[in-house]
Design a protein around this ligand. Structure first.
Ligand code: ADP
Ligand code: 5GP
Length: 225
């Protein structure tokens, strides 16, 4: 039987990769789909670990051959989830996490309506900017234009929040990781009542105080009612 599909989206720099790594440490049986991308590897990234780094020609061949569940162009590069990632996870009896942008997420929600969608928000634009700067410093690259583009893009992406079942504010890592773990356990039907309550507080329509505060700080009013 096919496993559960979790769609995770977040503005770049929100801490999605950090959070996903933490949740995979806490919960067994969660596979991570390694996307294909035409962007260059950065920092310590390795081909086949963070991404399958590929050429535009090869990516376009894969599109034409129908090899993607979804794909999108993000910041001028192609990114896509291969159907083979789903097949592999199902074969190994694993649930699968997809770390994809909002355009790709909407495609997957349409094709796989049972997928569990989670949007991760940074607590404020100031924190997002700091995380983007810290990360680029750690990687030895400092590109103001890239940081500005990503901050502007974050506001646009936040407006898509209402399409996601859950919304998590990644302020304190441990707390956000516990919330994501609770969401996974609820989807599996394995949650305790306390974990069920925790996940329920993260339902987008529940509009928790933390969610409201984050949205207000970005100046984004989202109608999730
Ligand atoms: P993303 O995958 O969303 O682009 P990363 O996981 O690369 O983001 O995180 C961006 C930066 O923010 C990294 O330097 C990471 O260590 C830091 N970070 C992530 N989550 C938190 C958190 N909860 N608190 C403080 N720093 C964080
Ligand atoms: P980054 O270049 O920072 O790793 O990722 C940039 C954006 O591309 C992020 O929003 C990330 O979620 C998104 N992304 C990564 N892989 C995929 C994918 O396979 N499909 C889509 N649609 N987006 C992806």
């Amino acid at each position: 039987m096919a496993g559960i599909l979790f769609i995770i989206s977040a503005p770049s720099g929100s801490g999605k990769s950090t959070l996903v790594n933490e949740v995979r440490r806490l919960v067994e049986g969660l596979d991570f789909s390694i996307s294909y991308t035409t962007r260059r590897a950065r920092g310590s990234e390795e081909d086949g670990r963070e991404y399958h780094f590929t050429s535009r020609e090869e990516f376009e061949r894969m599109i034409a051959a129908g090899e993607f569940l979804e794909w999108a162009e993000v910041f001028g590069n192609y990114y896509g989830t291969a159907l083979s990632a789903l097949e592999m996870a199902a074969k190994h009896g694993m649930d699968l996490l997809l770390d994809i942008d909002v355009q790709g997420a909407l495609q997957v929600m349409e094709r796989m309506p049972d997928a569990v969608s989670i949007f991760i928000l940074p607590p404020s634009p100031e924190v997002l900017e700091r995380r983007l700067r810290n990360r680029s410093q750690a990687e030895g690259v400092s590109n103001e234009a890239v940081i500005e583009t990503r901050l502007a893009e974050a506001r646009t992406e936040l407006r898509k929040l209402e399409d996601y079942r859950y919304a998590l504010v990644n302020d304190v890592l441990d707390q956000a990781a516990s919330e994501m773990r609770a969401i996974v356990l609820v989807a599996r039907g394995e949650a305790t009542p306390a974990e069920g309550d925790l996940a329920a507080q993260c339902v987008t329509g529940a509009r928790s105080e933390r969610l409201e505060a984050a949205l207000t700080s970005f100046g984004v009013g989202v109608d999730v009612g």
